[in-house]
Design a protein around this ligand. Structure first.
Ligand SMILES: Cc1ncc(COP(=O)(O)O)c(C=O)c1O
Length: 361
């Protein structure tokens, strides 16, 4: 990978020390350009057959890119608007009885907790929480679903590999918001039933893009509760129309051609650098940052080989603001004393130097 070439694809990196892909990744120039071209065509030529042709093509391209990244088949990937959207689609599609248990890990993101709270209130589902490292042992006879982050948003800890062993027994829903595009993801090896992820974070796409992988042998467990015409095989059949019998039945109800083209173009920029190199470089840079923060006297939260690095700071919000004022973008984690840097392959030692320099005051 020519790192300088990759870096040059991201205009924000010339302006800022951008370490925030865990919220939203840097947007490649090419993605903005492709979106602008499509927008201009829509403005000048209207949005009729040609535009819809572009929309359908862009969606299928996006599905194929996501599938390639996950080691999956395109027909098992639904196009969503976000990780949360994918989680909601799964949780709402399962059949629940009062008393059914969902087992989650500590420190899950509101993107999982919010939809779960609705299940508790509306369906009488019970949520039990266990430490992430003991999640597998915590499964018992009442557990209907295990749901947790693939990479924990607060500190970059990885879900235990032993979750894969649950496979046939209890389905696992992985929140892959900090996984897809950040670390290698092979959904089959993970042994999960569902993998939901974001397009706007480590895949550097537009906000409003995401994916949901559904294991083929778990699709029948999901009911298509609220199909739109795009989820139907032959929409013209009206009340007799049937949903697709693949993951398209769970696609988001409305998606713009611009967002899909932006997402595809961004992924092509990343793929051009070579996914293996890219993921390895990001993990190595992040590990290096963790070491340097520790060496500088800061307490780094225990983490896995991921792209998130969090450290304790008694004045996290003030430090975040001080860093932002100096052009260094990291985030604080509400309810904790942690600051979090997200390190991508597009970053380099200059970014890490700058973060440490401003932190040191
Ligand atoms: C672990 C985790 N889950 C879910 C989300 C929500 O992602 P999205 O905005 O794509 O729904 C985030 C980040 O915001 C996250 O870090």
């Amino acid at each position: 990978m020519d790192h300088e070439l990759l870096r040059a694809e991201f205009p924000v990196l010339a302006e800022l020390t951008y370490l925030n892909a865990g919220t939203c990744g840097p947007l490649p120039r090419a993605a903005g350009a492709a979106t602008t071209v499509l927008q201009h065509e829509a403005e000048t030529r209207g949005r009729a057959g040609e535009h819809y042709g572009a929309l359908v093509q862009a969606q299928e391209d996006r599905r194929a890119r996501y599938a390639g990244l996950l080691g999956a088949a395109p027909e098992d990937v639904a196009l969503t608007s976000s990780t949360t959207d994918g989680i909601v689609r799964v949780l709402q599609a399962l059949d629940w009885s009062a008393g059914d248990e969902v087992l989650i890990a500590e420190q899950e993101h509101p993107g999982l907790l919010g939809p779960l709270a609705a299940l508790v209130e509306q369906r009488g589902v019970v949520v039990r929480t266990a430490p992430l490292e003991h999640l597998v042992e915590a499964v018992d006879g009442t557990t209907r679903l295990v749901a947790c982050s693939h990479v924990r948003w607060t500190d970059g800890t990885l879900a235990p590999a032993a979750l894969a062993e649950l496979g046939g027994r209890v389905p696992v829903l992985l929140d892959g918001a900090q996984g897809a595009g950040a670390i290698p993801v092979d959904v089959t090896a993970l042994g999960c039933a569902y993998y939901a992820a974001s397009g706007q974070k480590w895949l550097c796409g537009p906000i409003g893009t995401g994916l949901l992988w559904i294991a083929p042998d778990r699709r029948a467990d999901l009911r298509v509760r609220a199909p739109g015409y795009g989820n139907l095989q032959v929409p013209a059949e009206g009340l007799s129309a049937h949903p697709w019998d693949d993951a398209r039945a769970f696609d988001a109800l409305s998606m713009s051609a611009e967002s899909s083209v932006g997402a595809v173009t961004a992924m092509d920029v990343l793929a051009g650098a070579g996914w293996d190199d890219l993921l390895e470089r990001a993990a190595t840079l992040a590990a290096g940052l963790a070491e340097r923060l520790t060496a500088s006297g800061r307490t780094v939260a225990p983490r896995g080989r991921t792209t998130l690095v969090s450290w304790h700071d008694d004045h996290a919000v003030a430090t975040r603001d001080r860093l932002a004022a100096a052009g260094v973008v990291v985030r604080d984690l509400p309810g904790t004393d942690l600051l979090r840097a997200s390190v991508g392959a597009w970053n380099d030692e200059r970014d890490l130097d700058r973060l440490l320099e401003v932190l040191a005051g």
